[in-house]
Design a protein around this ligand. Structure first.
Ligand code: ADP
Ligand code: MG
Length: 359
């Protein structure tokens, strides 16, 4: 991108010069890429003996993100994480990225440059390479479509369908931080970002804008054959656990006291008189992994936790389908756990909301 980009309009730069600039700055590709950005399609040498993972995500301004609340770099970063996290949840290694953009009249080359800076950040450690995309004008708002490929040894992919009765239910990291961070960013609906007060608030906002894709953890769970099922937490624990239970034909019992809750979230919940367990169950966009492990593999899992570079918590157990999905609060019989989370096309307002960073 030219140095004067902040003041250069897209109209003056033009589509082709924009793509050339993006390619120069972000499209440097390694040995597996026979043809990167610049031709009608990218040409990739497939890695021998691996299966291909493919995932795509569409982000729409006003639905998934609000440029008033997050910078373009933050929006790009989180958009990449949403895809990296999908590959992590399958147990794979992320590889190639394609980015399709529709840019509204208000969009500038600097916005796009910021977006790509953010997009390339979380995949850098895993050598993710940008190999193509598409660019269009938009009459109403930004549209950002991301496609990410990954690789995995055939037969090792972690699906949502393998959980068995008796398996332990685990999560990485802490839960609910992202939702609290979003609420701190937009206390009174869409608009300008509020100044942040306190280190706890800054931590929660950081967790919302810069979640960590659990690539290492996912890969170890798959290659060591530790997990029977896995999903990434994009919609919230109760909703995403429901996906595992439905696909696996099982139920689950979750222990409220075992849910990993950060001290910042606890403080936030106390200040706002909310039950932190509620935030942990319903908050979306944490991008932690939820997975199931047979008890005989628990020891092996514990031994690997350091290499996974994240906290691991056992939060419950897989039960029969007839048992259903229940939450044990330790004060009587376990109560039914109602799946909640964001669903497009549903006007019913749910606790978790999207437009904040991106997802
Ligand atoms: P076509 O007309 O065949 O779609 P384009 O002119 O749109 O070709 O794209 C030319 C090259 O630039 C292709 O290699 C394409 O993958 C790449 N490209 C286009 N837009 C983007 C973008 N937003 N980000 C990354 N690569 C892009
Ligand atoms: Mg095109």
């Amino acid at each position: 991108m030219p140095a004067r980009s902040a003041r250069t309009s897209l109209a003056r730069l033009g589509e082709f010069r924009l793509i050339r600039a993006l390619s120069r700055r972000f499209g440097q590709a390694g040995p597996g890429v026979l043809q990167g950005i610049g031709d009608d399609a990218a040409v990739i040498r497939p890695s021998h003996g691996t299966a291909l993972l493919l995932t795509t995500d569409l982000l729409v301004e006003g639905i998934h993100f609000d440029p008033g609340l997050a910078s373009f770099e933050e929006i790009g970063y989180k958009a990449a994480v949403a895809n990296l996290s999908d590959i992590a949840a399958m147990g794979g290694t992320p590889q190639y990225l394609l980015v399709a953009l529709a840019v509204p009249p208000s969009g500038t080359p600097a916005d796009i440059q910021g977006l790509y800076r953010g997009l390339m950040q979380p995949g850098r450690a895993h050598r993710v390479q940008l190999v193509g995309g598409d660019t269009s004008a938009s009459r109403a708002g930004w549209f950002i479509s991301i496609t990410l490929t990954g690789s995995i040894q055939p037969g090792l992919a972690l699906t949502r369908a393998g959980a068995r009765v008796g398996d332990l239910v685990y999560v990485t990291g802490t839960l609910g931080d992202s939702l609290a961070g979003l609420c701190l960013l937009k206390p009174h609906g869409p608009g300008r970002r509020r100044p942040v007060r306190g280190s706890g608030a800054a931590y929660l906002i950081h967790r919302h804008l810069r979640p960590i894709p659990r690539i290492k953890a996912g890969r170890l769970l798959a290659t060591r054959r530790l997990a029977t099922a896995a999903i990434d937490l994009s919609d919230g624990l109760s909703g995403d656990l429901t996906h595992i239970c439905e696909r696996s034909g099982v139920g689950a019992e979750i222990e409220a006291a075992a849910l990993p809750i950060s001290s910042a979230l606890r403080a936030y919940a106390t200040a706002h008189r909310i039950d932190p367990v509620e935030l942990a169950l319903t908050g979306g966009e944490d991008y932690e992994l939820l997975f199931t492990v047979p008890p005989r593999k628990e020891q092996a899992l514990r031994q690997l936790s350091q290499r996974m570079a994240c906290r691991l918590s056992c939060i419950g157990r897989i039960r029969s389908r007839a048992f259903g999905l229940r939450l044990n609060r330790g004060n009587g019989s376990p109560e039914r756990l109602v799946p909640s989370g964001y669903q497009h096309f549903q006007h019913r307002r749910l606790r978790s909301t999207k437009a904040g960073g991106a997802r």
